[in-house]
Every structure is written in C-alpha cells, then in structure tokens.
Design a protein around this ligand. Sequence first.
Ligand code: DX5
Ligand code: ZN
Length: 216
Amino acid sequence: MPIIAPSLLSANFLQLQKDCDMLNASEADWYHLDVMDGRFVPNISYGPMIIEFIRKATTKVCDVHLMIEEPGHYAEAFKKAGADILTVHYEACPHLHRNIQQIKSLGMKAGVAINPHTSIDVLKDVLKEIDLALIMSVNPGFGGQHFIPNTLNKIRDLRQLIAQQHAEVLIEIDGGVTVENAKDIIDAGADVLVAGNTVFRSADPAATIARLKAIR
Ligand code: DX5
Ligand code: ZN
C-alpha cells in the first residue's frame, strides 16, 4: 500500500483549517509542505511560520520539502515548526552529507530530492545515511504540471540501488501524480506518492485520497 502525502501547495489558504480537518479524517498518511525561496526555484511559497500553524491543526506526519538554497540555515527553524521529515535538494547542497547529518542530529528524518535531469547515481554515497529519496517528476516550483515519463526508469534504477546496498530508504514521487498514473509509479517501485492538484482540485478530496491509497 502506498504512503499518500497530499501537497498543501494546492490547498485553499483561506480555508486551511477546513483542508487540515479533511486530511485528519482522510486516509492520508503524511502531508507534504513545499517551501520555495524564489532563488532555487522560480516561485515563493511559505515558510516555518505557516508550517507551525498547519502542524498544530493536523495529526499526520509532517513532510517538508525544501526547494531553497542554503537549507542548513533553516533546518532548526523547520524542526521547531514541527517537521518530522526534512528533505533538501541535492542540487542546492554542495555539502550534502553535512546537511543530512544536521537534519538527523536535530531529530528529524532526512530526505534528499533530485530534479528531473539529475541521475539517481548521485544518491549512491548517501543512501545509507538517508530515510527518504524524493524523485521530482516535474520541474520543481509549481503544482499542476505533467508527470515526466522518464521518472519511471529512475524509480526502477533507484529501487535496484537500494536493494544492492540493503538500504532502508523510502522512494517518494513528487509532481504530476494522478489517479491514472499512480499504478505505474507504484509498480516501478515508489513508496510515497505526493499529490497536490489531483487531491485538492477534485470534487471530493478525501475520496480521491482513498482511491490513491487503494491502488496496488
Ligand atoms: C512542485 C512541488 C510539488 C507540488 C506537486 O514543485 O514540489 O510538491 O505540490 O503538485 P502536483 O501534484 O499538483 O503536481
Ligand atoms: Zn514537493
């Protein structure tokens, strides 16, 4: 059964309480929070202050995806805001190993995200250190984009690498996940599905979460 992580980037921010209540009552396992700095990605979203509010209103696992430069400066702030999992981008971290150690020493699970053009091979030497590998299936920055098909090859390759190393790493897929393509993504070897527009733009978000959860 996949772990379902609805992305609040697509939520209605004037009705966050309502969307948090929906998540709490739904079959969602995690909720995914996209932090954008207008530098690493061409968009700006929200930061620790909003996450702290959301954290208090939700009971699920708080999965924070940092699309920001120099994430090390903010790791502590996100811990204080309530992040359970903190994911940084490989492309934003010249000292990735240090970032991972910092996240773990703060008591959070550590994730590393890679952009669509980045090979999964770059994860080889940190795989034993991390809890989560996030493969971007769209170019980061915006919700509602189309899934890049080559992602399926990357998932299969990463699954193999994880098995070879006997590592315990969840594979999370982020961007363009739909009820239609979710089965192929899971069959390729993904553990966690992030879904923004698919959930929050549907007529019945909780039912859509249940449909994603039921795919195997
Ligand atoms: C994109 C974000 C995603 C986004 C996914 O930069 O990292 O988490 O919210 O949105 P959908 O599911 O609509 O593609
Ligand atoms: Zn994300």
